[in-house]
Design a protein around this ligand. Structure first.
Ligand SMILES: [Fe+2]
Length: 334
């Protein structure tokens, strides 16, 4: 979010209530949009980026609970906070609202000062979450300084990982966290000398040992903050292999955290597609063949079979994402 006015979508089936809300919000610098029912609200959200939704519950066409459920199930919209305003101050309504994922509730008639306060609080929280995600990316970017894996590699790995997590039936929270924090997988490379990172040809055994330390360095840099444990486990374990032949600990099977098993295959796919100094790049079919059939270094048994099955199913989407998120000035070599 930047310095633009915050946009609030007000949804109510009575014009009078919408007028009231607009009269309250506009003088406080908010930009307002209105919708008279749930369907109209979803149309506005599809056309316009909005920072907060004020949602009435009882409306024709589509009620507030249904709108909220749809917002929270949509990966593009689930970040948008929802305040439900209900004239029915019943426990049942509140429970239903909580089930549909609303962040806040207010009963009609609401206190205007309280509504403004709650809106301010909720928007501030959303901005902190936004800044937190941004800083994670900034940290991941900082680690690219000496590396050849620059450009959109880290962003693509995040997007592929989110795709696989969704295919594996993980929660929206898991999907969003892996999308953001898988970008940190190689953050520990900031401690690896650039003559190793950029060396053309294969590394010596000694150089390889040094290179392997980027996993433990990554975990060390990310540290113990509870909100970053996803990224920490990915940084530490994304070179572990399902058959136990990986590093740094030689973990096996489900000893390896799922988020790291997912990121591993996504990192390999993108590394194969990307041209690096020490190896040629492959087209989509070539990269898929190496992952699913193996070559002199990579073997299919390195990957979790469930993650591999998801990868095979999603392969065309990986290809599409790669094409869509090419680094600036690069062209797809396919
Ligand atoms: Fe790595």
């Amino acid at each position: 979010m930047n310095n633009r006015a915050r946009r609030i979508l007000c949804v109510d089936d009575e014009d009078f209530n919408l007028d009231l809300l607009e009269a309250l919000l506009k003088p406080h610098g908010y930009e307002t949009y209105t919708a008279l029912n749930g369907k109209e609200a979803l149309d506005v959200l599809a056309a316009q980026s909005v920072d907060l939704v004020l949602l009435d519950i009882n409306m024709p066409v589509m009620n507030g609970h249904e709108v909220c459920r749809r917002i929270k199930a949509d990966p593009q919209l689930c970040h948008v906070p929802v305040i439900m305003i209900t004239s029915l101050d019943s426990k049942e309504n509140k429970m239903k609202g909580m089930e549909s994922g609303a962040e806040e509730f207010l009963s009609k008639p609401y206190d205007q000062a309280e509504l403004l306060l709650r809106i301010g609080n909720i928007l501030r929280t959303a901005e902190y979450a936004d800044a937190f995600e941004y800083l994670i990316l900034a940290l991941a970017r900082a680690a690219e300084a000496n590396d050849i894996d620059t450009g959109n590699h880290i962003l693509r790995v995040g997007e592929y990982s989110a795709l696989v997590a969704r295919e594996l039936g993980q929660s929206e929270r898991f999907i969003e966290t892996i999308r953001n924090q898988a970008t940190l997988h190689d953050v520990g490379k900031v401690h690896i000398p650039s003559h190793i990172l950029k060396k053309p040809g294969r590394l010596t055994a000694g150089e390889m040992e040094e290179m392997k330390q980027h996993t433990t360095f990554g975990a060390m840099i990310i540290g113990d903050h509870p909100h970053l444990q996803f990224g920490r486990r990915i940084a530490l374990c994304h070179h572990e292999r399902w058959d136990g032949t990986g590093y740094p600990k030689g973990l096996k099977g489900e000893e390896i955290p799922l988020e790291a098993r997912i990121t591993a295959i996504c990192d390999c796919y993108d590394a194969l597609r990307n041209s690096r100094v020490y190896k040629p790049n492959y087209d989509h079919d070539g990269a898929c063949r190496i992952i699913t059939e193996g070559d002199d270094r990579m073997k299919p048994q390195h990957f979790d079979p469930a993650v591999m099955a998801a990868f095979k199913k999603l392969a065309p989407e990986f290809d599409a994402l790669y094409g869509k998120m090419l680094d600036n000035g690069e062209t797809d070599t396919k």
